[in-house]
Write a protein that binds this ligand. Structure first.
Ligand code: FAD
Length: 461
């Protein structure tokens, strides 16, 4: 029976990063992954393939409709969807094989199969080569799956989840996206840019629930102009395939016909058939495994959990932070994740990025705050590159001036937010950002100006 210091179940960003860090710290580590490729949802069917398609579709849209604005004439731009999908698959396989290489480099033993906790210290691997492993510690990093919706009959083809939407073999004439969250908007944008009519049905009266309302409202207007048809306040009651077409029904509305349906109403933790019931590992009402955040230990000593299967933002970098912290804790080092400094990015065009508290959260908790807003319209670089839409919004404590939240809607917001994350991590004030020299001309100057705006002293407005 193979013996390991740590057996990790799940080879996604939470699991593989924890495995690598634990191996670096001298542990004998094994990772059990049920799929042939490592990297989890993120690398195989999430972050990476979606970003590959977002980039490709953005370039197509740019070449087709916007290059002329820059004085560049291109005639006969065509879409080669099979080539676009092949490139995306190539990006995925180069990265997943890269993780396999990192496992070899760090001498991590990989088991392919389904991991199941038999008892404390014992993991069974069910698969082509069954095995039973003994482990001093076990880490659950089994991730999440697309949440179902009552009445929506997912057939894995015409009615599918994000996984299918990453590989439609042709551009649907009409795609209905159920859910105006991050995944629905990103993949809705991909297919809209490639020529589909995209209707987004959302139960709430707003898009991007949880994000700063002012920013989400402005983003909605921009995405609407790009052709996304938002129908808010819609309760979808059924979606099924009838005679080769999809029919979607919403409360009090006539049924809508379309070619494909993308169900994107959130994700749920992968915690079934893992042996958790036998051990009575504590989970919250929604099935997420609860942990002590100072160690990532579950209610059962010796068993730990990180990533999408525990509460918190379901993001790859959050899973990675937890994986590193957990491994370091196991090695007797400091185990900590600062959940106030986890950025969130929506990779639409323009991007939407945020870190820290939203204005609504500050209002609800009665925290006094000051606000500085600066539009990209007044930023030289944004004008020069033809990307003047959006704004930077900084929220700082009214008395201490400490930065509490930063929200950016604009080109490259996902990269720009890194400065704000560092500011929050270091406990910076808005004055610290305002006094920091930012290269000219850059989009980042809009962050400096928004920091000036907190104190009512913008230069370029
Ligand atoms: C379309 C889409 C786009 C996304 N885009 C982004 C993005 O841009 N940025 C971002 O930060 N996040 C994004 N996410 C979310 C991100 O993918 C997840 O937050 C991240 O993958 C979570 O990492 P994890 O390690 O917890 O779980 P996962 O990545 O889900 O990995 C879990 C792994 O465990 C394996 N597994 C499960 N059960 C068992 C078992 N019993 N035995 C063996 N193996 C098992 C699974 O096969 C899987 O490989 C996206 C998700 C989707 C679906």
């Amino acid at each position: 029976m193979p013996e390991h210091d740590l057996v990790v179940i799940g080879g996604g960003p939470g699991g593989y990063v924890a495995a690598i860090r634990a191996a670096q710290l001298g542990m004998n580590v094994a990772c059990v992954e049920q799929e042939g490729a490592l990297g989890g949802t993120c690398l195989r069917i999430g972050c990476i393939p979606s970003k590959a398609l977002l980039e490709a579709s953005e370039l197509y849209q740019m070449a087709k409709s916007h290059l002329s604005e820059y004085g560049i004439g291109v005639a006969g731009v065509t879409l080669d969807l099979p080539a676009m999908l092949k490139r995306k698959d190539g990006v995925v396989s180069s990265l997943t094989t890269g993780i396999a290489g990192l496992f070899r480099k760090n001498k991590i033993t990989r088991y392919t199969g389904r991991g199941r906790i038999v008892s404390v210290g014992k993991v069974a691997v069910d698969g082509p080569q069954p095995a039973e492993l003994t482990a001093k510690k076990i880490l659950i990093a089994t991730g999440s799956y697309s949440a179902p919706l009552k009445g929506v009959e997912v057939d894995g083809n015409l009615i599918g989840t994000s996984t299918e939407a990453l590989s439609y073999p042709d551009v649907p004439q009409h795609l209905i996206v159920i859910g105006a969250g991050v995944i629905g908007l990103e993949l809705g944008c991909v297919w809209a840019r490639l020529g589909a009519k995209v209707t987004v049905l959302e139960y709430l009266n707003r898009i991007l629930p949880g994000m700063d309302t002012e920013i989400a409202t402005e983003a909605q207007k921009i995405l609407q102009k790009q052709g996304l048809d938002f129908r808010l306040g819609m309760r979808v009651t059924s979606a099924r395939v009838v005679g080769g077409r999809c029919v979607v029904e919403c409360d009090g509305q006539s049924p809508i016909e379309c070619d494909r349906v993308l169900l994107a109403v959130g994700r749920l933790p992968n915690t079934n058939d893992l042996g958790l019931e036998n051990l009575n590992i504590a989970r919250n009402q929604r099935g997420f495994i609860t942990v002590d955040h100072n160690s990532f230990e579950t209610s059962i000593p010796g068993i730990y959990a990180v990533g999408d299967c525990i509460p918190g933002p379901m993001l790859a970098h959050k899973a990675e932070e937890e994986g590193v912290a957990c491994a370091e804790g196991l090695a007797g080092k400091y185990c900590h994740v600062n959940y106030d400094a986890i950025p969130g990015v929506v990779y639409t065009d323009p991007e939407i990025a945020s870190v820290g508290k939203t204005e609504e959260q500050l209002k609800d908790s009665g925290i006094p705050y000051k606000k500085g807003v600066f539009p990209f319209l007044a930023n030289g670089r944004a004008k020069a590159i033809g990307r003047a839409e959006g704004r930077v919004k900084i929220l700082a404590h009214a008395e201490t001036d400490r930065v509490l939240g930063v929200h950016i809607l604009g080109a490259h917001a996902g990269d720009l937010i890194a400065e704000a994350v560092a500011a929050i991590e270091f406990g910076a004030s808005s004055e610290d950002i305002a006094r920091t020299s930012h290269a000219h001309p850059t989009l980042a100057e809009a962050i400096k100006e928004a920091a000036f705006a907190v104190d009512g002293r913008t230069i370029h407005m």
